[in-house]
Design a binder for this molecule. Structure first.
Ligand code: FES
Length: 152
């Protein structure tokens, strides 16, 4: 069960892990990639400002919806004041994901509506393949499920 860490501005890596639900090893990894910021206390232990919970929250949700670490890292570059991001910084970050999230939402919608039908993958295994992809003519457009992917 999670301990409540309210009233603490500075957190140990264990507290950050416990509250965020992100493994300590992942926290160290994100820190090594420059996504999280920490300081050291007098005993040379990492200490994190409570604000890093928000960064971890964004990373966790972004990964759940399929954004790569590179996309997340790129979006975080839009934050001007890394020490103390403002509401506007977070809004700007959200805005920077508009395009990629819209593309992902379209793909999810396509998948939901078309996965029971021919997706143009080249297998020709469904009854409607000859109607939608006769002789696998879609292979000429490229690899993968041509009726689901928009290569751009
Ligand atoms: S489902 Fe694979 S080509 Fe139609």
């Amino acid at each position: 069960m999670n301990r409540i860490i309210q009233d603490k501005e500075i957190l140990s890596v264990g507290e950050l892990s416990e509250r965020s639900g992100v493994a300590i090893s992942a926290i160290h990894f994100y820190e090594s990639k420059g996504l999280l910021r920490s300081t050291r206390n007098s005993g040379n232990q990492r200490r994190f400002n409570r604000r890093e919970l928000r960064v971890l929250g964004y990373i966790k949700v972004a990964q759940k919806i399929g954004l790569s670490l590179e996309e997340i890292k790129y979006a975080f570059k839009s934050i001007v004041n890394k020490e103390r991001p403002t509401v506007n910084d977070w809004k700007k970050l959200g805005k920077s994901w508009d395009e990629v999230l819209t593309k992902k939402m379209k793909l999810i919608e396509k998948m939901k509506s078309q996965l029971g039908y021919c997706i143009g993958c080249g297998c020709l295994s469904l009854k409607d393949c000859p109607l939608r992809n006769e002789g696998d003519f879609l292979a000429a457009e490229g690899s993968g499920p041509r009726l689901l992917l928009d290569d751009d």
